[in-house]
Design a protein around this ligand. Structure first.
Ligand SMILES: [Zn+2]
Length: 261
């Protein structure tokens, strides 16, 4: 009887924990975890939602160096983060007004950044993030990658956190994933025609520099639906689509979700 009790106890304790990860522990990475439904999951002390099937999601920042601490119930898992090399470009001798935006637009930029930040902080129960992402434009050439940075006149600029697809103006853009529109703005200072989608658990995607926006805030969109067209609105040098992926305020590499090498 006692042996049986011990066996049952062992069975319960050993079967109570299991976890798998889909995604690499590399800077900028999008990672989906799967564990037992009902588990309590913490990523670096931040409690994250777990779906009824046991899925949870998180991501690693561009410059993340320290290990990731994942706590599932009472079990702690520590993962090293692999570093990446980013493309750094120095350009000197530029006219100063091309390096810094004019003062009269500061308030506008601040206001628009607040809207974007709010859309990115949504922590909904949607579970669309568990589905595979799809390319937003077929046959487009990737002209800009995540993490690259320009140093203009010695001033390091904001790193590029998106993935750029060069395409002709008016090219149809398809939703990479099912989601709900949380921001639809035709003319933001930096990003021009901008869409943000919520995919659940803090995962959001952004589409920028759009010419036409064909969806409205609050609208539910299916993967592959046409959401607008390619443009060069906002601060864009030419027609292209720039897409972004976030886990709350952490900017991730969209290529890691799209499986682009
Ligand atoms: Zn870009």
């Amino acid at each position: 009887m006692r042996i049986l009790t011990v066996l049952i106890f062992l069975l319960i304790t050993t079967s109570s924990f299991a976890v798998t990860f889909d995604g690499k522990f590399i800077q900028g990475s999008f990672i989906i975890g799967k564990t037992n439904p009902g588990s309590n999951v913490f990523i670096d002390k931040k409690k994250v939602k777990v779906t009824s099937e046991g899925f949870f999601v998180f991501g690693l920042a561009r410059d993340r160096n320290n290990d990731v601490v994942i706590k599932i119930n009472e079990t702690k898992i520590i993962k090293k983060v692999q570093k990446r090399k980013y493309n750094i470009q120095r350009i000197d001798g530029l006219e100063e007004k091309k390096v810094t935006p004019p003062e009269e637009v500061y308030e506008r930029i601040k206001r628009e950044n607040k809207w974007i930040g709010e859309a990115r902080s949504i922590d909904s129960d949607l579970i669309f993030f568990t589905k595979k992402f799809q390319i937003p434009i077929e046959n487009a050439i990737i002209t800009g990658v995540y993490g690259s940075q320009r140093i203009l006149n010695g001033k390091p600029k904001w790193p590029h956190y998106g993935l750029d697809f060069a395409a002709e103006e008016g090219t149809k853009i398809r939703a990479m994933l099912d989601g709900t529109v949380t921001l639809a703005e035709p003319d933001l200072f930096y990003t021009g025609g901008t869409l943000i989608f919520d995919h659940g658990h803090g995962i959001s995607t952004l589409y920028m520099h759009m010419k036409k926006i064909l969806v409205k805030k609050g609208q539910k969109v299916k993967q592959g639906d046409i959401i607008g067209t390619v443009g060069k609105t906002g601060r864009a040098t030419g027609a292209h689509l720039d897409v972004r992926l976030n886990w709350f305020q952490t900017r991730l590499d969209p290529a890691t979700a799209l499986d682009i090498k």
